[in-house]
Design a protein around this ligand. Structure first.
Ligand code: 3HC
Ligand code: NAI
Length: 710
């Protein structure tokens, strides 16, 4: 047996237990250990049936994702999971998989090679491989339709969402739900199947037979995948593999699955999605803040401002079961804020996301008021008033006078200096930025901004709080715009320049949408409100460098009341259903602005739009990295995937640059520098350094990680 797999006996039942914490992934040693367990049971005449179970918190959560990188960089896989699963399936003694936690990916595939599957009620099963840009690679696309039927298999393999034990039981994936102790229940189940023929999933063809129905299922699934997984290859590949199950004998289907799996595994999309998977977990690790750092308990919250952001932030606390006060200056603003919160919850109830009862509980946790009453009990106070330094400092001064010791003081500012805000208090160590993204109740990103005095305890508290609020917390240093908005400023600037130079707004947005972002920059401006940026630009007017080109269009649109969707017109005009269309008034204004500033209009290519906007992100991202504003390149990527709708299958702007090749990116940046000037396009020194050394941002992260660990 291997160290990662135990074999024991309970009378006539052999028990194979996987012990590979934390999630019992199929790392090297695990499949071999399972095979050895099956072998031991086969050779033991006392043993009549076998239970396969996970030790610790879960059954097998899948293949070891870390191994994929080794395979794609040329290492030979040490074992074939398929051959181990074949041994399980060919066992003459029935094998019962006993599932708790998550049987995902290779875990569910292992369970399906067993002859029976039992699970506790809280278990989940799924084939989430598509979320990593691959497809099930150990028979999942072949065995799942044989157990659950083609429609369910397509749904699970192509879209990757897990299902609960009850659903899995009714789909035919599970044979029984066990009450009480799982091992005891599974052993009992195994005793009852001794001597009965052990059903091999590979032979169960009944659910594959209806060719006409299958054709319709595949067509519909492809249509859905193209719509909801725009640009991604794995969902369509998974459908192809399930189709092979429906059309080919098992062994041929398995070969087809292996071919498709390999194509996906070697794709850039898969590398990008795996980068995102580990990145999401890496951002929680802060080199100078050990895991055991003390944290403050957050049991009561208070939010100042019930506008676009304050309302959404309050909802996050209520959703996590934390009572929250919302304070406003005037009754009408408070009523408006509460009405929006109520409407958002009602929409969720209508869509069946949760019940009216849950909504009532959440609403009851939110206390709207005009005073600071109760703020002295809050463990955290989050400020979300207008973006203006004077106002923010006034609020922090007021809050400092009433908050208890140990209360975290957070600002939702999107651009302002956290240190200056903190200077309005006598406890700058308690002040931190909590930069939520709009809509704050939906977007998963929380940029956590560290001021120079912010204590480690306050940072650690914030990182843990992010998890509790179901957010991904990314730590950022203090600078104008932090990570996300500092970069988006450059991207938005280029989008506007492109319009002034000759591209139509819909051409710029169209190119970015096609690249894979949820929305183009100009449409995004219309959605967020162009006046927000206008207000910020006025605040920072004194910082503009004379002689450096600035974009004019957004300000000019605001000057004529075109604030975006909220006024029915911005870069586009909007109808009653908020459908946008190009507006001749905007075209005329663009031409006028270009004339006023002597900007030559020319034809702009799709390629130039992508390079100007995305490389602007990358170049600024490289500066942010070098300055230590972001801890790692992957932190920047995670910010962009979760806060800005950057497509996960491109891995984020920094990873995307790696895939293009930093040499090429640098050459383009240098070309733009020549054309548009060094103030806007001087290559970031880190970009130059890496490009010239033939390195990548990902490699840079790794080098620093190993230097820190050394
Ligand atoms: N391989 C390698 N490491 C894994 C892993 C896997 N399959 N699943 C989780 N981990 C690691 C995480 O990176 C994390 O490491 P860290 O502590 O060093 O950061 C640790 O295990 C714990 O993971 P989480 O923090 O995510 O723990 P949670 O309890 O929040 O979630 C989970 C557990 C639901 C299992 C979640 O980790 C998950 O979804 N994992 C991925 C599951 C998956 O995609 N499986 C399919 C793999 S591909 C496959 O099986 C191919 C096959 O068809 C051949
Ligand atoms: P908003 O204008 O929608 O809301 C601000 C609210 O604060 C208003 O309701 C106002 O009445 C209230 N307010 C002003 N002074 C107050 C006081 N003294 N006490 C209590 N309430 C007061 O603004 P929005 O968009 O919610 O922005 C708030 C903050 O969030 C700003 O700092 C902004 O930069 C930041 N932010 C905004 C994002 C967005 O997309 N709108 C995204 C991320 C951060």
């Amino acid at each position: 047996m291997s160290e990662l797999v135990n074999y024991t006996k309970q009378g006539e039942i052999g028990v194979i237990t996987i012990e590979n914490p934390p999630v019992n992934a199929l790392s090297p040693g695990v499949p071999e250990g399972i095979a050895a367990g099956i072998e031991a049971a086969a050779n033991d005449s006392e043993v009549k049936a076998v239970v396969l179970i996970g030790g610790g918190r879960t059954f097998i959560a899948g293949a070891d994702i870390k191994e994929f990188g080794k395979v794609t960089s040329g290492e030979k896989p040490r074992f074939s999971l398929n051959s181990v699963l074949e041994r399980i399936e060919n066992s003459s003694k029935p094998v019962v998989a006993a599932i708790h936690g998550t049987a995902f990916g290779g875990g569910l595939e292992t369970a399906m090679a067993a002859h029976y599957r039992v699970a506790v009620l809280s278990a989940q099963v799924g084939q989430p491989e598509v979320k990593l840009g691959i497809i099930p690679g150990a028979g999942g696309t072949q065995r799942l339709p044989r157990l659950a039927g083609v429609a369910k298999a397509v749904e699970m393999c192509a879209f990757g969402e897990p299902i609960d034990a009850k659903t899995a039981l009714s789909a035919g994936i599970l044979d029984k739900i066990v009450d009480g102790d799982l091992l005891a229940g599974a052993v009992e189940f195994a005793k009852n199947v001794i001597g009965k023929p052990a059903p091999k999933t590979r032979d169960r063809n009944e659910k594959l037979q209806d060719a006409a129905a299958n054709t319709a299922i595949f067509a519909l699934a492809r249509e859905q995948a193209r719509k909801t997984r725009r640009g991604q290859m794995a969902p369509l590949a998974a459908i192809d593999a399930v189709e092979a199950a429906a059309k080919l004998p098992f062994a041929e289907g398995l070969n087809r699955e292996a071919e498709i799996f390999r194509v996906c595994l070697f794709s850039t999309q898969s590398k990008a999605l795996i980068h995102a998977f580990f990145g999401e977990r890496a951002v929680a690790k802060i080199p100078d803040i050990p895991k055991e750092t003390k944290t403050y308990e957050i049991q009561r919250a208070a939010v100042i401002g019930a506008g676009t952001m304050g309302g959404g932030i309050a909802m996050n606390y209520a959703n996590a079961g934390i009572p929250v006060i919302v304070k406003e200056t005037a009754q009408d603003a408070l009523d408006r804020g509460m009405a929006t919160i109520r409407k958002n919850y009602e929409n969720s109830v209508k869509k069946g996301r949760f019940s009216q009862g849950v909504m009532d509980q959440r609403m009851a946790l939110i206390t709207p008021q005009l005073s600071y009453d109760g703020f002295e009990q809050a463990d955290i106070i989050v400020e979300a008033v207008f973006e203006g330094m004077a106002l923010k400092k006034q609020i922090f001064g007021e809050v400092d006078a009433i908050a208890k010791a140990g209360c975290v003081l957070a600002s939702n500012t999107s651009t302002l200096d956290i240190d200056e805000i903190a200077s309005a208090t006598k406890r700058p160590q308690m002040v931190i930025g909590h930069h939520f993204f709009s809509p704050a109740n939906v977007m998963r990103l929380l940029e956590i901004v560290r001021g120079k005095a912010t204590s480690k305890e306050v940072i650690q508290t914030s990182m843990q709080l992010a998890k509790k609020l179901n957010k991904i917390g990314v730590l950022a240093g203090n600078c104008r715009g932090f990570i996300g908005n500092r970069m988006i400023h450059c991207y938005g600037r280029e989008a506007q320049f492109l319009v002034e130079e000759g591209a139509a707004p819909e051409q710029v947005d169209g190119a970015i949408y096609e690249f894979g972002l949820a929305m183009g920059p100009l449409a995004m401006g219309d959605l967020a409100g162009l006046d927000v940026g206008w207000r910020i630009r006025k605040e920072f007017k004194h910082l503009e460098k004379p002689g450096v080109r600035i974009p004019h269009m957004a300000d000019r649109l605001c000057e004529i009341g075109r604030y975006g969707q909220k006024t029915g017109k911005g870069w586009y005009k909007y109808d009653a259903e908020r459908k946008s269309s190009p507006d001749p008034e905007v075209t005329a204004l663009i031409e006028q602005v270009a004339k006023e500033y002597g900007i030559e209009r020319r034809a702009i290519t799709h390629e130039e739009i992508i390079e100007r906007t995305i490389y602007a992100l990358v170049n600024e991202g490289a500066r942010i990295l070098e300055e230590g504003i972001a801890l790692r390149a992957v932190d920047i990527d995670i910010v962009y995937l979760n806060g800005y709708g950057f497509p996960a299958w491109r891995g984020g702007p920094m990873f995307y640059a790696d895939t293009i090749g930093l040499k090429h990116v640098l050459a383009k940046v240098e070309e733009f520098e020549k054309r548009h000037g060094s103030d806007l396009w001087a290559p970031a020194p880190l970009l130059r350094k890496l490009a010239e050394a033939g390195k990548t941002f990902e490699g840079w992260d790794k080098e620093r990680e190993s230097a820190a660990g050394a």
